[in-house]
Design a protein around this ligand. Structure first.
Ligand code: M6R
Length: 609
């Protein structure tokens, strides 16, 4: 859960590292640092706080040199501080690390006995000491890193360089992402592709158990035994602007407005109306396998878990398969009933969430058929999965997930219809209705985005509320949960999502005139029940902000405020309802002046348990 950047070439390493780290700050931002080989010695500059602090420190004391490594941190072992910031160093070796070294205490004891003096509380600091120790035995840097990593247990992406071979960077990966960027007379290493795009489009995504040995004019990949592996760089076709703000105040807002495009990309070539079919070429299920599946389990975290809860409705309605949804962090610590009749679906934007990855591994071990819905291509979850359905949302930089969520929903809807057809559960006419609705999704989202100004006014009115309740029923209940999660994570206002029918079983005691209640009441079989729930809370003084379909005069008279959204087919209703929820959270947070794209205490991909 940190961002790593490495550079070797002819340009100023510190400029390239800081620029790259800017693109990686979503991975963690409680401290940052760089190490550069500067005229026969290694200079390390580190600073607690965001990258801006490091930048001013570098402005005051610039470092020159054209080889270096950098890091932006999300603390696991040791509080955010200058001392715990990476890079960590010994006399001749510097290291940046992402992941957790599980046996660091034991290794620390051994290194203390050998006379190494620790200056940080991190697990990482053992790595430069181990490498230094092997260098003393006249190992090359490559061998020293390899020998050091043999002693280490846990997850890591490490990047190392040494004054002993100051033209070389050695990187190694086990369970945390690392990408090699191949340039002309310069080479790069980073935790994620957007950090490389300004410099090169040719990348090698390292696999677990691989090391890269990189100089200005050469690179090679080996396994941890030193055997060379033949890897061909692949070309990245994303435009660089796709990963930048494009004039929006925040990445989150840009990503909210990108949803029609992201959804079009996700649905493209998959929803084939003329053939009344969902074509998922990347998924390979024989008819026998399809028939073998008796139940579905969907496992995910955070926003992706909310997508799973909506997906349950679609799978049960359209494919007739019973569905269980679980939080990945809970799944792996109980004894789930999983066997070869279970289809285990994991959902993850980043594809790096440690709990989801572990749940996938456990389900595979238990014999499940597995499939993942991922956004990040070649991420760890994608690569561990037998079948992957990519969402094609493009890079999501805002920590609060927006376009990843709606594209996950689109992927789940397609998957449910795919199984409906393969299991012969829906008749052609019903399938056609649903397929046509999916075709209309991007334009319906465009129309829902028209509520932006209206929602901004509501945000102004309610920005100082202390708490919010969100109510929904059926597939809108998970959207209420998602609305509440969005609000709390970026505005720091306490918010809870409830199923409308549950409110009378306790939460109604919270209601008074200070409590805004966001009620999702845009239609469906529970519309009249939702109306009653709105009456119940209004009667107790709540200020109800009702999300309604265009022209709903009834609710206009009951609710304090309404947000209108286009009337859309049932299947896409939860996806369209999500838009005003995202906008409300965004505008409240923006007006409160929080750090919308990088909210406190959070990180974009949670690669620790
Ligand atoms: O990358 P993933 O989808 O696996 O991430 C799961 C959660 O960490 C993520 O959805 C988180 O809840 C977001 N901050 C929500 O906006």
């Amino acid at each position: 859960m940190c961002g790593i950047m490495g550079y070797v070439g002819a340009q100023s390493a510190s400029d390239i590292l800081v620029e790259g780290l800017q693109k990686l700050e979503y991975r963690g931002y409680d401290s940052a640092g760089v190490a550069v080989y500067d005229r026969a010695h290694i200079e390390v500059v580190r600073a607690k706080g965001k990258l801006e602090v490091l930048k001013s420190r570098l402005d005051e004391c610039p470092v020159s040199g054209s080889i270096g490594i950098g890091h932006t941190r999300w603390a696991t072992h040791g509080k955010p501080s200058d001392e715990n910031a990476h890079p960590h160093r010994s006399e001749n070796v510097v290291v940046v690390h992402n992941g957790i070294i599980e046996n660091h205490m034991e290794l620390r004891e051994q290194l203390l006995k050998k006379g190494f003096e620790f200056t940080s509380e991190t697990d990482t600091e053992i790595v430069p000491f181990l490498v230094e120790d092997f260098l003393k035995d006249h190992d090359s840097l490559e061998e020293a890193v390899r020998n050091a990593l043999r002693k280490v247990q846990g997850t890591f992406a490490v990047v190392v360089f040494s004054a002993s071979e100051p033209d070389k960077i050695v990187a190694a990966k086990n369970a945390s992402p690392l990408i090699l960027g191949i340039g002309e007379g310069e080479n790069f290493i980073a935790s994620d592709i957007p950090a490389l795009l300004k410099h090169t489009r040719n990348v090698v995504v390292l696999d677990d158990g691989e090391m890269a040995i990189v100089t200005r004019d050469s690179w090679k990949v080996t396994d941890f035994e030193g055997n060379e592996r033949v890897r061909q760089p692949r070309k990245i076709t994303w435009s660089r602007v796709m990963a930048e703000k494009e004039g929006y105040k925040h990445f989150m807002l840009k990503e909210i407005f990108e949803q029609p495009r992201a959804l079009t990309d996700t649905l493209r070539s998959r929803v084939i109306e003329s053939r009344n079919e969902i074509v998922l070429d990347e998924i390979s299920y024989s008819q026998e396998q399809i028939e073998q599946i008796q139940r579905v389990m969907i496992v995910a975290c955070g926003t992706s878990y909310h997508a799973a809860l909506v997906g349950k409705h679609w799978f049960e309605d359209f494919s007739g398969l019973p569905v269980e949804v679980d939080l990945a962090s809970e799944f792996r610590y109980r004894k789930p009933i999983v066997n070869d009749h279970t289809l285990l679906i994991t959902i993850s934007q980043s594809g790096e969430t440690a709990d989801t990855l572990a749940a996938l591994e456990e389900a595979k071990r238990l014999g499940a058929q597995d499939l993942s819905i991922c956004n990040v291509i070649e991420s760890s979850i994608a690569r561990k999965s037998t079948n992957v359905l990519y969402t094609h949302a493009g890079p999501e930089i805002g920590v609060a997930s927006t376009k990843a969520f709606t594209t996950q929903l689109a992927a789940l809807a397609m998957l449910a219809l795919y199984f409906a057809k393969r299991r012969n559960f829906l008749n052609d006419e019903s399938l056609q209705t649903q397929i046509h609705a999916l075709i209309e999704l991007p334009s319906s989202i465009e129309r829902a985005l028209d509520s932006n100004e209206e929602v901004e006014k509501l945000a102004q009115e309610f920005m100082n509320a202390r708490d919010f309740l969100y109510l929904g029923r059926g597939p809108s209940f998970p959207v209420a949960l998602e609305g509440a999660l969005k609000l709390k994570e970026i505005s720091y206002i306490h918010a809870e999502g409830y199923a409308g029918g549950e409110i009378k079983h306790g939460p109604i005691a919270l209601i008074d005139e200070k409590m805004p209640v966001v009620a999702l009441a845009t239609g469906g079989v529970t519309y009249s029940k939702m109306l009653s729930n709105i009456e119940e809370v209004s009667a107790r003084g709540a200020k109800v902000i009702a999300l309604v379909k265009e022209g709903d005069e009834l609710l206009k008279n009951v609710a304090h405020r309404t947000i209108e959204m286009p009337e859309v087919p049932e299947i896409i209703r939860p996806i369209v309802e999500t838009i005003p929820m995202q906008l409300l959270a965004y505008h409240v947070a923006d007006k409160r002046g929080t750090d919308v794209d990088q909210p406190r205490n959070l990180a974009k991909s949670v690669t620790v348990e």
